[in-house]
Every structure is written in C-alpha cells, then in structure tokens.
Ligand binder design. Structure first.
Ligand code: P6P
Length: 336
C-alpha cells in the first residue's frame, strides 16, 4: 500500500477544509523537531545527554539534560517560520516570544518538551506533548501570558510523540486522532492509523498506587472496587499498568483502551494536582476525545476549564469513555 507521509496527510486535510498552510507548516516544524529529540534520546549514554542538568524548572523540579535540550530544540525549530507569536513550555516560567529578527504569526505553541523525563536514565519510553492555540483577535506585538489562558476546547491542534521502540506521532487538528510512525531510514512520519478509536469499555487502569493513602474517598472507593475484581461490585477482574510516563500510558490507552488517572490527593492538594493543564492534560484530552474517549477532572470535562495560570495543575481521568464516566459517577455519589 502506498505510504502517506505527514506532509501529504496535512495537505489532503487542508484540501478537505481542515487546517491551513500556516498550521500545517507549524505542525511539520514541530514533528521535525521531535525527530531530532528522538535521535538525541536514542543515543542514550552514548550521547552524553543522560542525567541531571544541575538546574530546576519553574515547577521546582530538577531538570534532566534532555529536558533542557528538548526545550531548546523546539524553541530553535519554531523561531523562524513566521507561523507563531510565542512558545510556552513546562521548562520556562514565562512564554518565549518569537525573536524580533523573524515575523510573528497567528498561533501560540505550548509544550512539555520531554514528558516522563525521569524515565530517560532507565531507558523507558518518554515523549513530547504539544498544543496549538490561535492568538486572540487584536493581539499586540508580544504575546502576553494571558493570550495562552484559553480553555482546552479552543485548541486548534494537539499531539504527542512517544520515543519508544518506534517513534510515533499522534496528532489531531480537530477531525479525528491519527497515528504516524517514523520511518527512521527515510526520516518521514508515515500514516499508520487514520482516525484511531479508543474502545468505549476497558478492564485496564493506570494509576500510581503508592499514593493510595492520600486519595479522596471517591478515588479510594473507585480503585477499591477495581481491585475487588469479579467478586466485587464491578463484576470483572481488572489489570493495572503504570509507566510513569504519561505519553506512554496514553498511547497504550489510545491503542487498546484503558483509563489513566492522576487524581488530586492530600499530598498535592495545594498545587491542584500533579499534571499540568495547558501542555499535558489539555492536549491529551483533545486527542482522547477526538478518538471517542473522555477526559475529566473526575468532576468535569478538562477541556472546559478556564485556565487562570500558565502552569496550573489539574486532576486527570482520561481514556475509555464508559470507564471515565464510571469514575465520575463515583465522584458524584461518594460523600467526601
Ligand atoms: P509519578 C512525568 O513526570 C509525569 O508528569 C507524567 O508523565 C506521569 O504520568 C506522571 O508525572 C508520573 O508521576 O508520581 O508516578 O512519578
């Protein structure tokens, strides 16, 4: 079968009225940057990019060398194209404006340049997550942080690249979620699954069980009933997976179903949760919803949240629609 490259796919989508030349260029630049990130992560210990960078990010987290390098790769790649006004990143407190030497465009790009980077030193899959917003009308020259604070339903595109046994890009521009696998010999992302769909029902959940003692009562009950299996209220056994790399966990769920959750708990209540809304939860929610799944805080749709801070965190339940709705029911029905 003739292979369809990312370029051809985006061109055909544009002809069908989905997306436009500027957005297509932005997405191809991001995909190319991710190929470079994939090459760097693939070198492992031979690339001199493992271990700590000796610095902290805005989150107060120790940065890995690859966090810093991945961030730089994405910023450099997106500086000159003329399709962007600014970039926001998990690794930077404030958005970085497109340099004055280059024209500014109508889009805003947000990313977690290397999600799950704590896994990089132990050779477990990591990934890049990105989200694209339109600049508000009548914006000034520089893109203020406030321009980024748009609800997830305003996203015009979102995607992730998982650097695993194969390098896989999953992308949505609002008409389905589509899977591209990198042909490493040619250097092209090839369409390998058009319009991926997440099974509505699942018997597989992903959560960091070591936080159980900190969970709120609804989460205690929900997971307790999953663990009770066939003899319990759910009437069937469940399996558990936890990679501790959101991109890897979400890609498994996109591929075979499941529910991913990082709920609020007593140890992270102050921060509002673990995962970041703007460049983790929102883009993953867009991709999952476009694949027929659901993405919730446990009490409401993630993509309806009106952000009030660039790095705000939210509780996350996403994946197989019926299971997310079940988790929401536990939150509605359990006094806490
Ligand atoms: P924990 C990685 O740091 C991350 O942001 C997500 O990729 C991942 O799902 C989660 O945190 C892992 O958290 O508590 O298991 O280390």
């Amino acid at each position: 079968m003739k292979s369809i490259t990312l370029t051809q796919f985006l061109t055909e989508e544009r002809r069908a009225g989905h997306g436009n030349t500027d957005l297509n260029q932005l997405l191809e630049v991001v995909a190319r940057a991710c190929k470079r990130i994939g090459v760097a992560t693939g070198k492992g210990a031979l690339g001199g990019v493992l271990g700590e960078a000796g610095s902290e990010n805005i989150q107060g987290e120790a940065q890995k060398k690859m966090d810093v390098l991945s961030n730089e790769i994405l910023l450099d790649a997106n500086a000159w194209g003329g399709h962007l006004a600014a970039c926001a990143s998990e690794e930077m407190e404030d958005p970085q404006q497109i340099p004055d030497a280059y024209p500014k465009g109508g889009y805003l790009l947000l990313f977690d340049p290397l999600d799950g980077s704590s896994n990089i030193d132990v050779n477990v899959s990591v990934g890049t997550i990105f989200s694209v917003l339109k600049r508000p009308e009548n914006s000034g020259d520089d893109a203020a942080t406030s321009e980024f604070l748009q609800a997830g339903r305003e996203q015009v595109a979102a995607g992730y690249v998982v650097y695993g046994p194969s390098t896989v890009l999953v992308l949505t521009i609002g008409h389905g979620s589509h899977v591209f696998t990198l042909d490493r010999e040619v250097g092209s992302f090839i369409l390998t699954q058009r319009d991926a769909k997440i099974p509505q029902e699942t018997s597989e959940f992903a959560v960091n069980m070591s936080n159980q003692r900190h969970w709120e009562p609804p989460m205690q009950r929900y997971v307790g009933d999953l663990l009770a299996g066939e003899q319990g209220p759910r009437g069937r056994d469940f399996n558990m997976r936890w990679v501790a790399s959101m991109v890897a966990d979400v890609h498994r769920i996109l591929t075979r179903g499941g529910i991913f959750s990082y709920p609020i708990d007593a140890s992270i209540r102050e921060q509002g949760g673990k995962l970041r809304l703007m460049y983790e939860a929102n883009p993953m929610a867009f991709i999952v919803e476009q694949a027929g799944g659901a993405a919730s805080t446990g009490r409401g749709r993630i993509m309806d949240i009106q952000p009030d801070a660039l790095h705000q965190r939210v509780p996350v339940f996403l994946g197989s629609r019926e299971e997310v709705e079940t988790a929401e029911r536990y939150h509605r029905e359990t006094p806490h």
